[in-house]
Design a protein around this ligand. Sequence first.
Ligand code: NAG
Ligand code: NAG
Ligand code: NAG
Length: 192
Amino acid sequence: MNSIQYIALALCTVSIFGGCNAQLSATFYDSTCPNVSSVARGILVQARQTDVRIGAKIIRLHFHDCMVNGCDASLLLDDAEGIDSEKDEPPNTTIDGYSVLDDIKTAVENVCPGVVSCADIVALAAQISVSLDGGPTNPWEVQFGRRDSTTANSTGTIAIPSPFDDFATVRRKFTDVGLDATDMVALSGNCI
Ligand SMILES: *[C@@H]1O[C@H](CO)[C@@H](O)[C@H](O)[C@H]1NC(C)=O
Ligand SMILES: *[C@@H]1O[C@H](CO)[C@@H](O)[C@H](O)[C@H]1NC(C)=O
Ligand SMILES: CC(=O)N[C@H]1CO[C@H](CO)[C@@H](O)[C@@H]1O
């Protein structure tokens, strides 16, 4: 990834994060993976039969990924050479839903190998989860074309709101990423 892409990635968050759409597009996979949404939806519907909370878990995972260097799937990276995983940090030790995302990725790879990024899968799964949990059928249009991060930022998890933060701090952490009070209430109800 070159530095321009990296900067674009850091600036571009998903639609719930106010969204920069310089390079992202709702039609990004229309010709290369037209069935990505239906494949992801099928896996989530199935997962929900054994875990009714899976939607909330995925929305929270997406939120915690996006708060640190943008929605780049960095939260999915395990500890490795040069990678200090975000997963082990306090706000993230209670994150769940990784295996369902793995299942979606596998199913998507089966229909269009090497096309859809993990970051886009997380963003899509969060949007579908809102609808499966009783929200609007198409709560927002997912913008696609995110590139996956090759590094994690474990100390950056300090940007995630904590239940121990005072109100002003929580408010600032949301405004830092372009989210307003309504976003804060919606995401806090589901996510913190
Ligand atoms: C996409 O879905 C349509 C309708 O469900 C199906 O006919 C088609 O074969 C699928 N395409 C791929 C590439 O899986
Ligand atoms: C890590 O995340 C923090 C908090 O969001 C940010 O200030 C910092 O610039 C990030 N570090 C890198 C190397 O991206
Ligand atoms: C919200 C929260 O618990 N943040 C913690 C995330 O991890 C960093 C690094 O370990 C801590 O400094 C934060 O307090």
